[in-house]
Design a protein. Structure first.
Length: 216
């Protein structure tokens, strides 16, 4: 029986850092954790068309910094920054930052551009999901993703499909590789994401590993 380890959780603290960076005592920890979850859920739904890859949240006594990593920053900012202001107001509502507290707690919303979207496991997986839902041949969709990631500069990529692939009666698992993906090397910079595709015949689970080289 294989012992499965989450590629990101396996490297937190040594290779990767936390996506939420703040300190709280036992009385406030659960509330802040739920707030972070609600903010990320809202942003993933709101900025789905902007190619959102990651949301980082940093808290201090007088400021809350929210960093958005997107492939299309123009969609997030909007005309004259109007969309960015709407997102900021909604985050203030979720975090319960009232007008009386605004002088004490400041929301700092930043947008960072992802210059190579084909090196993001989240964007690659979401693209495959969209193709499977539209009944695109799964092997062609996976092969295109493999080639684009390698051309973008990835050292290796692994994609796994599991479920009723291509509408089959019996579920199965298929794995596709290109390059090398050292899953047990702690210093390896591996981007990982998993997501289900809700096809007409049932769910198909998709997992993507992208190896970008070693971090010194």
């Amino acid at each position: 029986m294989g012992q499965k380890v989450h590629p990101t959780g396996f490297r937190i603290g040594s290779t990767f850092t936390w996506k939420s960076r703040w300190f709280a005592d036992s009385n406030n920890y659960s509330d802040k954790l739920v707030e972070d979850y609600k903010v990320r859920s809202y942003l993933n739904e709101k900025l789905n068309s902007a190619g959102l890859t990651k949301v980082e949240i940093e808290r201090s006594l007088k400021a809350i910094k929210v960093i958005l990593f997107v492939s299309r920053p123009g969609v997030v900012i909007g005309k004259g920054g109007s969309n960015l202001e709407l997102i900021k107001n909604e985050i203030e509502r979720i975090l319960n930052v009232s007008k009386l507290k605004k002088d004490k707690v400041k929301i700092d919303l930043r947008v960072e551009e992802v210059k190579k979207p084909d090196l993001s496991a989240k964007l690659v997986a979401e693209r495959i999901v969209g193709q499977l839902i539209k009944r695109f041949p799964h092997r062609r969709a996976v092969m295109q993703a493999l080639e684009k990631s390698i051309q973008a500069g990835a050292n290796g990529i692994k994609i796994q499909l599991s479920g009723r692939i291509n509408g089959a009666e019996i579920g199965r698992t298929e794995k596709y590789f290109q390059g090398s993906v050292p899953t047990q090397t702690i210093r390896a910079n591996i981007d990982y994401f998993q997501i289900p595709a809700r096809t007409r015949s049932g769910y198909v689970g998709i997992k993507v590993w992208i190896y970008k080289g070693e971090l010194v």
